[in-house]
Ligand binder design. Structure first.
Ligand code: BV8
Ligand code: ZN
Length: 281
């Protein structure tokens, strides 16, 4: 197993699995010494909390693929079926709590104000982890940039009003689907579906963070969904390090300085431990 740093011009041969002590030590050093860190997470960071991943074994639902349900066309064709899928996911997610990876990442972002969490997930678990931190101005640093929206927010299909909504959705009939209190039109989940653009401000901020990051720590994403999948390559192109935590290889593995094999809940806390050398504080 050969992991090398980028220095010295030697060809980059990322650390191969499994997450060995040496690879963990090097990843921790990169994180400790970085002045700016972009944390990019996908469904894998929440898998250990019990949230089904998109493309894993539990990702299929009633023999349909998420890409067939998470689209504006699917919603206009059958809003009840799409809401039934989101109601089922909401119910699953309500029973889930942030795991050790969410909590360690929240403490990293809160502690030094030099790390930002950008997530593809809509489960709200990074925000729940931030809410466990002591109330202070710095807690805001731990709040994630939710690139794909939130399963616990709804948006009107007509007047586009947005509101948080955690109470269960009754998707048993079209008539029981939620409607807008202002204009009476149908509400939809406030998430980004395939074929829909991401919020421009969030997208701009995410790519600015990626370009400025010394380290992009990528946790639990298959890196197949764009434009989020391009954030790590943006950091790499700007000369930063990409550190990946995943159970398996992904398209990001080949550009990662270090790719740590293992589950987020086991690996992430050891990589982002808060201790920094005395002279760097
Ligand atoms: C857009 C919200 C333009 C909904 C989601 C360029 C190239 C190719 C395709 C495209 C491209 N540009 C655009 C596209 C099309 C499309 C796309 O990317 N398609 C892919 C599938 C090929 N992109 C879009 O449509 C985007 N929009 O580009 O608009 C535009 C501009 C102007 C005007 C009009 C249009 C919108 C994409 C957003 C879609 N919405 N979610 C919902 O969730 O219901 S995406 C969805 O996938 C989720 O957000 C999810 O987070 C995301 C990515 O999946 P992952 O998070 O990676 O999850 P996955 O299950 O795949 O993988 C889990 C990983 O974790 C695995 O690697 C596994 O090994 C690992 N793992 C598992 N357990 C653990 C673990 N790791 C660690 N520990 C564990 N315990
Ligand atoms: Zn409305």
């Amino acid at each position: 197993m050969g992991g090398t740093r980028r220095e010295g011009g030697r060809p980059l041969t990322p650390d191969r699995p499994p997450a060995t002590d040496q690879a963990l030590f090097r990843a921790r050093a990169h994180v400790r010494d970085a002045e700016s860190i972009l944390v990019l997470t996908g469904a894998g960071v929440s898998a250990d909390s019990g949230v089904p991943t998109f493309r894993g074994p539990g990702g299929l639902w009633k023999q349909r693929r998420p890409e067939e349900l998470a689209t504006p066309e699917a919603f206009s064709r059958d809003p009840r079926l799409v809401w039934e899928w989101y109601a089922w996911r909401q119910e699953r997610i309500r029973a889930c709590v942030p795991n050790a990876a969410h909590l360690a990442l929240a403490r990293l972002a809160w502690g030094h104000g030099r790390a930002r969490i950008v997530t593809q997930n809509i489960d709200g678990l990074h925000a729940d982890a931030a809410a466990t931190l002591p109330v202070s101005g710095a807690r805001g640093n731990a709040m994630p940039l939710e690139l794909h929206g939130s399963i616990f927010r709804v948006r009107c299909t007509s007047c586009a009003s947005r509101t948080a909504r955690r109470e269960p959705i009754d998707a048993t009939s079209v008539e029981s689907l939620p409607t807008c209190p202002s204009c009476g039109e149908l509400l939809r989940p406030d998430v980004v579906w395939f074929g829909e653009p991401l919020e421009p401000a969030a997208l701009t901020e995410a790519f600015e963070l990626a370009a400025a990051a010394d380290v992009c720590l990528v946790v639990g994403t298959s890196a197949v969904v764009h434009p989020a999948a391009r954030l790590a390559t943006t950091t790499r192109a700007a000369g930063g390090h990409v550190i990946e935590v995943n159970r398996e290889e992904t398209p990001i593995t080949s550009i990662a300085s270090i790719s740590l094999r293992g589950s987020a809940v086991e690996v992430v806390p050891g990589v982002v431990s808060e201790r920094r050398t005395a002279n760097s504080e």
